[in-house]
Design a protein around this ligand. Sequence first.
Ligand SMILES: [Zn+2]
Length: 420
Amino acid sequence: VSELRVDGDRLWRSLMEMAQIGATPDGGCRRLALTDEDKQGLELFRTWAIEAGCRITQDAVGNLFAERPGSGTRRPAVLIGSHLDTQPSGGKFDGAYGTLAALEILRTLNDHELETVAPVVAVSWANEEGARFPLPCTGSAVFAGTLSLEEALAQRATDGPRFGEELRRLDMAGPEPPGERRVAAYLEAHIEQGPVLESTRNTIGVVTGGQGLRGLAIRLTGSEAHAGTTPMEHRRDALVGAARIVTAVNSLPARHPEALATVSRIEVEPGSRSVIPGRARLLVDLRHPETEGLDRLEARVRRLAAELAAGARLEVEVERFLAMEPVVFDDGCVAALRDAAERLGEPSLELRSGAGHDAVYVARAIPAAMLFIPCRNGVSHSPEEHAEPEHVRAGCDVLLHAVLERAGVSPRPRPAPSAA
Ligand SMILES: [Zn+2]
C-alpha cells in the first residue's frame, strides 16, 4: 500500500478535458455557478464517477457525492473534493483540481483493487466562488449548517434568477437533506492562490486553518462647501479624513504581525469638482489567524478612526458588517496530510489559508484539513492560472495516502467495477 501512486497523466488529462467546458479564448475557464456550463462540468464529473463504479447522490443544495463503499458498512465516510464552478474569468485549476484529484483517488483504488474500511466519497460543492450568486461556499456552508437551505435557495444571481430556480431549471439538486451524510473526515486539495510554496520551493502546503475576517464600514461626515471660497482652516473635508485613515489602516500590520489590513472601497459625496467632500464611506477588511488578534485590530481601527476624524473635525461612525471567526483544522487530519507528504518525500510547509475554501466551512461541523500545491506566480482567478503537472500529481499522491490513513485499508482485495 505504501507504494501506491495515482496516475498523474490521467489526472492531468481529466483536468484538461474539464477545462474545455466553458473554455475562453485566452486559455481560461468560465463556469459560473448554476449556468449551463456548470451543469455540463458536473455531468462530466458524474459520468466519470459512474464509470468508476460510484453510487451518485445529490443533496437539496446541489452538492454531488460519488461514493465508493468500504468494507465497514457502518463506518462514517472519508469525504474528499472541492468545486467545479469558476470566477467569470477563472482558470483551469481553482476547484477543478481538488474535485478531479478526488476522482483520481477513487480510480486509483479501483485500479489496485484496494478496499478501504470506511467509504471514500468524492464531492463537488455547489457555488464555491460566490461570483454569480453572492454567498460563497453555498454548498459546503449549508452542509456544515452555518447557512440555512432557505437562505441559500433564496439568494439572487447577478443576472436575476434565484438559486433555487436555477437548481430546478438545470435539475442540479437531489432529495438528500444537506449535512445528513455521516462523515468522519473531510480533506481537500487546492492550488495555493498565493506565492509562498513557489518561492520557498515546497511542493505541498499543509494547511492548518483559515484566518478570520472582520469587515468594518467607516462613515465620515464633514461639511460640503465651495472649493474656491472656503479658507483651508474652515474646512471639514471628509476625504482628507478618509485619506488619513487609509494610510493608517495600511500601516497597521507593521505593528501587528500576521495581520492583513485593507481599505477596499471608498465612496465620496457629493463628488463634484468644485465642492469640498462632505461625506465619505470606507470599507475596511481585516484578517488575522486568531480571534484575539482580530479583536485588537478592530479596536485599533476604531480608535484611529475616532482620532483622525477628530483631527479633521469630522463626525465618525464605525459599523461591523461582517465577521468570520478563524478556523483551526483538525489535528488528526492535518497530521495525516503532513505525515503522507513526509513518507512520500515531498517537501512541505505548514501554512494558513488566506482565502475562503469549502474546507474552511466544512471544518465548522466535521474534522477537516486541506493541502495546497504551488501555482505559477501565485496567480489565480485568472486565465493565467497554472500548476505544474508534477505538482498536480504530487498533491494527489499525498491526498491519497492521507485518505488511506483516515479510511483504513481492508485486508481483502476488491475487484474493479466492470464499468471502468
Ligand atoms: Zn477554489
